[in-house]
Design a protein around this ligand. Sequence first.
Ligand code: GDP
Ligand code: IMO
Ligand code: MG
Length: 433
Amino acid sequence: MSNLIVLGAQWGDEGKGKIVDLFSEKFDAVARYQGGHNAGHTVFIGSQKFVLKLIPSGILRPGVLAVIGNGVVIDPAALLEEMSGLEAAGVDVKSQLKISNRAHVIFPFHRTIEKISEGRENRIPIGTTSRGIGPAYEDKIARRGIRVADLVDIEFEGLYRALAEDKQLIANAFQISERVNFDEILSQYKRLADQMRPLTCDTSHLLNQMIREGKSVLFEGAQGTMLDIDFGTYPFVTSSSATAGGACTGTGVPPNKIDGIIGVSKAYITRVGAGPFPSEDQTEAGEKIRRAGNEYGSVTGRPRRCGWFDVPLLRYTAEVNGFDSLIITKLDVLDDLKEIPVCVAYEVDDKVITYMPASTRRMEAIKPVFEYLPGWRTSTQGVTSLTQLPSAAQRYLRFLEEKTGVEIGSVSNGPERSETMIVPGSKLEKLLD
Ligand code: GDP
Ligand code: IMO
Ligand code: MG
């Protein structure tokens, strides 16, 4: 059995949670490698709906180990709340969950800093999820962050006081009037640490040991490639490495142990928050997609911006991740359309370009070049094999495959586990075998 990475090929919310939940049956462990509770991964099991934020979607499969890797930033209060919700639903969280002692900790003042930064005059807000993710990663990179190992250590108070002093100095320098009760946070975090302690360990060693024993690991990406700190639409990105490379640095499993990389993409595209979006449709057609796809953020409830499948973007994300196979989700959302636009090229400053511009100015200047494919105007609900799909839907999928140069190994036509088709003979099928 292989070790696979499943990650978002667009701007997040591609349906990773559903796919990871479905595939996790075949794996011994599912590991998150970056992000935090900015993620919202929705899984339906019959009529039961779960939205996983920090905890890997694999937790919903009894016996599968769910690992929060070192690359993740953890808000202990959010973690314990998520754990309680799952326990109430009958999940045996305490025996299935392991937390890296090298993961960094989010504190309430990280959210305060984010609020101030997003609301600052003359700054274009990124439209973050307001979870303190960015400021926590800032502390990590600045080498002053507090890790889970420190949180559960007897020396925690000393480390915490140093960080708190640092934050107070900044608040004073910028004349920030918002008061933070550092002592109250300290006692709250000591209590939270007591609950987390039994679940923490060196998860890198744990995962590598499992792999040595012939067990298999599924790496669950959060966010998406276009939100990656290096390869996304910077600065309108999140603060972590959402791309395939992040799976190694974010878990401590080396690249030569990874057997396959699977991209998840919608049959169209969405984005929450601000930033360039070349194929965005702000007309009634985009609104129709939002309604049909129920495109509202699973964490913040914000309406997602909607647009059309973007071939240059997908080719770019396929290149930086090395996708072996692509999973197309939410095909059913397009069922009612008469014709479906697909962005096949970018035009910038009167030139057709085939690469992804790095600068925000050039990203925003992109004029999308569309091709229009006929829709199928019939429901794909309940279809269980690709050959049963309407011929226009098959043609649409073939078009995406040819234009992106990546095989489509699976198609999803509904939120349920069962509403997923795996292409017989595909590389994906072999990797899951
Ligand atoms: P993630 O963040 O990538 O896990 O995706 P989200 O859970 O934030 O958003 C995807 C949404 O689409 C969820 O509400 C899923 O239940 C839903 N979904 C996933 N696959 C399909 C599909 O093929 N068809 C439809 N109609 N909904 C889907
Ligand atoms: P999943 O895992 C979609 C977006 C935010 C904002 C930007 C930065 O469910 O696909 P942050 O709070 O991370 O600093 O916000 O990133 N964003 C997401 N968009 N899906 C997500 O996660 C996201 N996580 C963050 O909307 O634009
Ligand atoms: Mg989501």
